[in-house]
Design a protein around this ligand. Structure first.
Ligand code: OOG
Ligand code: MG
Length: 247
């Protein structure tokens, strides 16, 4: 078994067994390119279990997230249809889940490179991401978190709206009616559209086409918060409405 295969297997099994593991760089040498190869293998294992590609999620596109996690490069992870949360998250299936507010784009035409982006946006929505690092204490280096599919565990999106300027919309996250995070979409690289362009650059590099119907999560506007069992979370973005989830 190659290193990439073995590392992907370790991460995939940690997620399936709901068991935190030491970060890979404790025992393996891992550069960014190899980490992305591991990420790809983790997703291929899920696709072999009949999950389908659903888009991508951008990571560390806001200062709040960089500071929270100590990582300073924009990365991505790959979404599958099984990660889509309709209205409820079973947190018992997760190790130490967190939730964060996101802006989501709906892809309407294939995106192969940044040149495709402007004509490709079919909709925009408020969203949330459920994160669950497979690593002990939610602690990692840049290659670790890339290999672990950027901590992706689940995502939800509110109603899609016509494409519009969302460069500075107020965002709010509430748990059981209590405000736990506030921010602005401007925290996402100054404008979440920049994150979409970054996604298109990564697509070009990886040879991955973002297909119509797929979603791009532009990245959290604020730090993430722990997601306990038995709560109701609402994320609101000014002009885009709300999206809700229970645990
Ligand atoms: C990594 C994922 C970062 C974002 O929106 O910045 C991310 C993590 O925080 O564990 O999803
Ligand atoms: Mg995120």
């Amino acid at each position: 078994m190659s290193d990439v295969e073995a590392l992907a297997c370790t991460l995939d099994e940690a997620a399936r067994d709901v068991r935190a593991i030491p970060k890979l760089t404790d025992t393996a040498e891992l550069d960014v390119a190899t980490a992305y190869a591991v990420q790809r293998r983790v997703i291929e294992r899920r696709l072999a279990r009949h999950e389908r590609p659903a888009g991508v999620k951008m990571g560390f596109t806001s200062k709040a997230k960089m500071v929270q996690m100590g990582v300073h490069d924009v990365i991505w992870g790959l979404l599958t249809d099984a990660m889509l949360v309709e209205s409820h998250v079973e947190v018992d299936r997760l190790i130490h889940p967190r939730i964060e507010p996101e802006i989501a784009y709906l892809i309407g035409r294939p995106v192969r490179s940044p040149a495709d982006v402007d004509a490709a946006v079919a909709g925009v929505a408020v969203g949330f991401e459920v994160l669950d690092s497979r690593y002990l204490d939610f602690s990692f280096t840049l290659p670790d978190v890339i290999a672990d599919n950027a901590s992706a565990a689940g995502y939800g999106v509110g109603a899609w709206h016509e494409p519009r300027d969302v460069s500075n919309v107020g965002m709010l996250m509430e748990i059981d009616g209590r405000v736990v995070q506030t921010g602005s979409s401007a925290a996402i690289l100054g404008d979440p559209m920049r994150s979409l362009r970054a996604a298109a650059r990564l697509s070009e590099q990886a040879g991955i086409v973002l297909e119509p119907g797929q979603v791009v999560l532009a990245g959290a506007a604020t730090a993430a918060v722990p997601l306990p069992k038995g709560v109701h979370v609402r994320v609101t973005a000014s002009g885009l409405g709300s999206v809700e989830v229970t645990t």
